[in-house]
Write a protein that binds this ligand. Sequence first.
Ligand SMILES: *Cc1c(COP(=O)(O)O)cnc(C)c1O
Length: 383
Amino acid sequence: MFHSSYIEISKSALHNNINFIKQQIGPQVQLSSVIKGNAYGHGIEVFGPLAQDCGITHFAVFSADEALRLQESLPSPATIMIMGFLDNPELEWAIQHDIEFFVFEPERLLEAAKAAGKAGKKAKVHIELETGMNRTGFDPAELHQLKEMLHEHRQYVQLQGLCTHYAGAESSENHHRILAQQKNFLALRKSFQESSLTPSQIHTACSAAMMGYTDTHMDMVRVGIMQYGFWPSPEMYTDYMSRNDMQQDPLKLLINWKSSIMSLKHVPQGDYIGYGASYQAPRDMKIAVIPVGYAWGYSRSLSNQGQVLIQGLKAGVVGIVNMNVMMVDVTDIPGVQKGNEVVLLGKQGDQSISVASFSELSSQLNYELLTRLPLNIPRFVVP
Ligand SMILES: *Cc1c(COP(=O)(O)O)cnc(C)c1O
């Protein structure tokens, strides 16, 4: 093994999660599998074909380079939708390859019409509307112009979708903002209908909106984090579990990020461990050195906080996470040996580590840690 860690991706877990998501949306609503951020760190080239094998036919990416990587790795054709970055030179390429894309500015609509003319093929666009997130989306003030442009360029621009994105549906703190966004969106949708503009697919929901606001499902949901087995926030997880009186998480983590113990060491009580004075041994301790650090995406914010699994037991990170190594406390793990498997994320025995389980830390850390897993950690599919 040339690498100090590797990632296993479980096919049965993905099957399980897709089934769970499909139960939430029913047979009439399409599922778009969101694979931006290198498939939330799982690896586009590994995850794409696996998802297709599990019945996924629609994918959402952030940018043109992700669309290209996905397209090249899929064994059969699928719909690919770019939600974010696509530069003018790539527009024609996207249109030629039937890649759909979000349009949130008048200039992009014009450029798309131009590129479609050159390609001799219609651009399939999803018009993103500003409803209150204030990120991307046509402002109400631009609406009149937008509708005129859609009519004017209908020979080359196909209105494939009408969409928006919610600003934090995973937290009840944002409840009123989400309801206001929904209301705004419905009004805008109506005004499109009244202008004889009929998009094929109306879509607004991410994972959290799908779970928390069933009205948001419409024709299609764009689901990222939950396919990978993570809940959008601990709050959503506990809500769901108590509402349904369940004991066991219906989602399963796909990812198992594994390394092994590189070295063991005894540290006497009172000594500091690692750089600086962030951790002082409260007793005589046994420490395992793990050859993974922030250079491989193990966040520095997990210093003195993170946990790993060794011999089916939890071991806490002690001291600062270094660039290439970190230290964990194995004092209470009997028979621990150099070379023992270490699980950084995922399951070992009947224990499991997901970043959100460190409850004091932001729930956003799941997204962040996953997407920072470097491309060069080897990834393997397991049954
Ligand atoms: C990331 C993203 C999603 C998916 O969000 P999850 O919380 O991972 O389900 C959906 N829509 C848009 C526009 C996004 O950027």
